[in-house]
Design a protein around this ligand. Structure first.
Ligand SMILES: [Cu+2]
Length: 352
């Protein structure tokens, strides 16, 4: 706070001095007014525009080099590759258009700078030019939008085909809970009004509903590789957003309604840890963590890659830490893990 105030005072002092200089300048009687640009002003501005063009190109190259490695690794879901190509194509087109138009804008401003004796050409319009710069964007945008709509319809097609695993994700400030539909693969009825913390009924399951008794409630999401999962999202309090960056999936969790998303994980956690991009990220992170450990700072244990479910809506003060670990494993490993879990019925029985 003190730093902020000091900074504010410094800025105000600077503005005051600047304004005083201006008043002083204006009070001087001069025959030539400084408001009209002379040859030198035009030249300076022209060179500044060229310098700015070089600056934006340089910062683009620098960002690619410095921040390129922070992008997500290869998609781990069946629909992810299609999503990524759509995104890449949009970026490539934007990049090319941006590079060309910025060049034209700045170079022309330099080339046709004000010069004594040079008069601007009066040019009313050209139908041919207008047609070109209207039709090309129309075609490119229409293609991108159609491709996007097609991809969207494909990704958002949530159906019961191929025997999907049914999992509920329950959001609350500031954690996630997962509920598997159990042996019958049907989630039991639930409502926030039936939440009974004393009896460990944290998700408000209907104890009278037979579909609910085999449901399995966990704090770590395990998914068998290659099997489609139909997620059903609920929220207890405010808007949250279930974000699975590695699976290229995100869906809002809205209090009072159930939203859905479906995807098929295609890479196990073990295989993803062998991905060169992931290995590189883990190495970089662990170098930072080793430095922290050497300084005796917290959060310095060596890190291992895991898929995560994050909250992507600013939902309160601990939003940043609202996450759940996701483990993608083989069918056998998944079945073994599931066998070790307690069903809702068992938990309730142990409460009697
Ligand atoms: Cu949240």
């Amino acid at each position: 706070m003190t730093t902020l105030l000091t900074l504010a005072v410094l800025i105000l002092v600077f503005i005051a001095i600047w304004q005083m200089t201006k008043i002083f300048e204006l009070s001087q009687l001069r025959t030539e007014t400084a408001q009209i640009a002379n040859e030198q002003d035009n030249k300076n501005n022209a060179y500044l525009l060229l310098a700015f063009l070089i600056f934006i190109y340089a910062i683009t190259i620098f960002s690619f080099w410095k921040y390129g490695k922070f992008l997500l690794p290869e998609a781990s879901s069946a629909h992810g590759a299609e999503y990524d190509s759509l995104m890449l194509m949009s970026f490539v087109i934007i990049f090319i258009v941006q590079t060309l138009t910025q060049f034209l804008l700045h170079y022309f401003a330099y080339k046709y700078r004000g010069k004594a004796g040079r008069r601007a050409l009066f040019f009313a319009d050209s139908n041919k030019l207008e047609a070109i710069w209207t039709i090309i964007p129309v075609i490119v945008l229409a293609a991108l939008i159609l491709w996007g709509l097609y991809t969207w319809t494909n990704i958002m097609d949530i159906n019961e085909d191929d025997d999907p695993l049914v999992v509920e994700l329950y959001a609350q400030q500031f954690n996630w809970t997962a509920r598997y539909a159990g042996a019958d693969n049907v989630l039991g009825g639930a409502n926030v009004r039936m939440i009974d913390i004393d009896r460990a009924n944290v998700l408000g399951l209907d104890e009278a509903d037979t579909y609910a008794s085999d449901d399995v409630i966990v704090k770590e999401l395990h998914l068998p590789v290659g099997r489609k999962v139909n997620f059903k999202f609920r929220s207890q309090d405010v808007l949250h957003s279930a974000y699975f960056p590695h699976f290229r999936a995100q869906m809002n969790c809205v209090p009072g309604m159930i939203t859905e998303f479906s995807f098929t994980p295609i890479t196990t956690t073990a295989d993803m840890r062998q991905n060169p991009d992931v290995i590189d990220k883990v190495e970089r992170t662990n170098i930072i963590r080793a430095e922290r450990a050497a300084n005796g700072e917290p959060n310095s244990d060596p890190w291992e890659f895991d898929y995560v479910l994050l909250c992507n809506k600013i939902c309160g003060k601990s939003h940043y830490n609202m996450q759940m670990k996701i483990i993608v494993e083989t069918e056998e490993e998944y079945n073994e893990w599931m066998k070790a879990q307690q069903t809702f019925g068992q938990t309730m029985a142990s409460m009697q």
